[in-house]
Design a protein around this ligand. Structure first.
Ligand code: LFR
Length: 491
């Protein structure tokens, strides 16, 4: 198939990537890149959903103006967020962003009604305060009018697909992240929905990645001056797309999807839902072609991105590479944070919060800007080791190294430190993981690749992978002991 477009909506930007196969090699070109800034209105943090829909349409116009005839499109974005469609077919309200504070304390509140163990046994999903289940519960607590006016529940890519096609579907990979989907029955969990007082009729039949989800509707074609084209349901959870693009050669492999979040784990054919998985707070997110991701969220580059934003506001404008350079020049292993402390989840003053964390844990707070960034990057690499070992323990496997995909691999120092921390090689590439996985599923759906493994082989042949060999093992081993002690993770 000639020209495929993947829309990948990430936290730092949204992108329209054009994918082509040239002599069996995948070639990608960026058609359009646009900002994806959340919008704070009063107390609430929102998606700028109509702006994103506009940018998607702009991308199709850009393709047309370049003489590119697009054969199909797919959309992926981060998980858990959603909007409601009312009886008149229109969007009710402006979807909230998962970093909004309205879900604070909602986990504990809901557990008083439905025990955590029951939710985990039914869904196999890790507990994160922003999961859809807690967002919906927060809306209930706030008596949100959306719950009166809503008639259908759609996740963000479902919503954008609906705007484009006029058809409403709930895509599988994203549906699993709601923590309302039961992988054992392959459907929304009616008991959980009933306990939450959510009508089953809001939640549609679940569509597998690789299914055709509709055609561009006539009004859109007319507006853009293009013929109708198929819209595919891909692994619309961006992490699902990123893991589909891991260029692994072995069936059992460990990955780290490295971007705003760091998602680390392994791919499994069946969800692993047991006490240990719940205790370690691992998740079983649905992926493409019958796969599940047994993984754990790690806060990721978000803490650096926010640090950069805060410094920029204060008149200190650093580029990302400049920050990494400063970190490289700072003294090593001075202080450690647990990147997954709830302190670091909402937007805000990360350097201030790091100082607060260090004071509370009896450590000296980083002083220079370089020390701040170094503290974040070292702590991330050390947390990777912690979760890598958990993944091995939970899956009963030993991995020969770690595949890293996503924009975070452009931070070569972090890749090297990750290898140093886990004591095994890191294979980094490709950096456009989500977009490539999105394209791959469309190609598989069209019969261009026979399955995900053939697609992975093509990805391996088409994009460079850099190997990082572990260094400074003694120092990193000692640092790890310090890290688990300081952060209280040893317990
Ligand atoms: C990564 C990601 C994670 C999910 C988080 C919030 O972009 O999709 O997988 O836990 O964002 O949706």
């Amino acid at each position: 198939m000639g020209n495929i477009v993947a829309f990948d909506l990430g936290a730092s930007s949204g992108r329209a990537m054009l994918g082509r196969l040239v002599d069996g090699n995948i070639e990608i070109t960026e058609l359009h890149r646009f900002s994806n800034d959340p919008v704070q209105v009063g107390e609430r943090l929102h998606w700028d959903i109509l702006r994103l829909y506009h940018e998607i349409k702009q991308s199709l116009i850009i393709a047309k103006n370049q003489g590119v005839e697009v054969d199909s499109i797919g959309i992926d974005s981060w998980a858990v967020d959603f909007g409601f469609i009312g009886k008149n077919g229109e969007l009710v309200g402006n979807p909230y962003h998962y970093r909004d504070r309205h879900t604070e304390n909602m986990m504990e509140k809901l557990f008083a009604d439905i025990p955590a163990s029951e939710i985990f046994a039914k869904t196999g999903i890790q507990f994160l305060q922003f999961n859809t289940i807690f967002q919906l519960y927060a809306l209930k607590q706030a008596n949100s009018p959306w719950l009166q006016e809503g008639n259908r529940f759609l996740m963000i890519p479902d919503l954008l697909r609906y705007f484009l096609t006029g058809d409403m579907h709930n895509e599988f990979s994203n549906a699993t992240t709601t923590q309302l989907f039961n992988p054992n029955t392959g459907d929304w969990d009616e008991e959980l929905l009933a306990k939450l007082g959510l009508p089953k009729s809001w939640f549609g039949e679940v569509l597998q990645p690789g299914s055709k989800a509709g055609m561009l509707q006539a009004s859109v074609c007319e507006e853009l001056g293009i013929p109708s084209i198929p819209v595919y349901a891909v692994a619309e959870h961006d992490t699902g797309s990123a893991v589909a693009a891991v260029p692994a050669t072995e069936r059992s492999f460990a990955y780290l999807s490295c971007g705003t979040w760091s998602l680390m784990g392994t791919e499994v054919q069946e969800p692993v839902i047991n006490e240990l998985a719940q205790e370690l707070n691992f998740t079983n997110e649905g992926g493409a072609y019958g796969t599940y991701r047994l993984l754990k969220n790690i806060m990721g580059l978000w803490i650096i991105q926010e640090t950069r934003r805060v410094w920029e506001k204060a008149g200190k404008a650093y580029s990302f590479p400049e920050l990494v350079k400063l970190a490289g020049e700072a003294a090593p292993f001075k202080s450690f944070i647990d990147p997954d402390d709830a302190l670091f989840l909402p937007p805000g003053d990360m350097p201030g919060r790091i100082a607060q964390y260090c004071r509370q844990t009896g450590q000296q707070a980083p002083e220079t800007d370089g020390e701040v960034v170094r503290c974040i990057m070292e702590s991330l690499a050390l947390k990777y080791r912690y979760v890598f070992e958990m993944t091995e323990r939970l899956s009963g496997q030993s991995f020969s190294g770690l595949h890293m995909v996503g924009g975070g691999i452009n931070n070569t120092l972090l890749c090297q430190w990750s290898a140093n921390a886990i004591g095994k090689p890191v294979w980094a590439g490709p950096s456009e993981g989500s977009a490539i996985g999105n394209l791959a599923v469309q190609w598989i759906a069209q019969g261009v690749f026979s399955d995900i493994w053939e697609a992975r082989r093509a990805i391996r042949d088409s994009f460079p992978v850099t190997e990082y060999v572990p260094q400074e093992q003694e120092q990193w081993g000692r640092a790890y002991d310090q890290f688990v002690k300081r952060t209280g993770l040893e317990k």
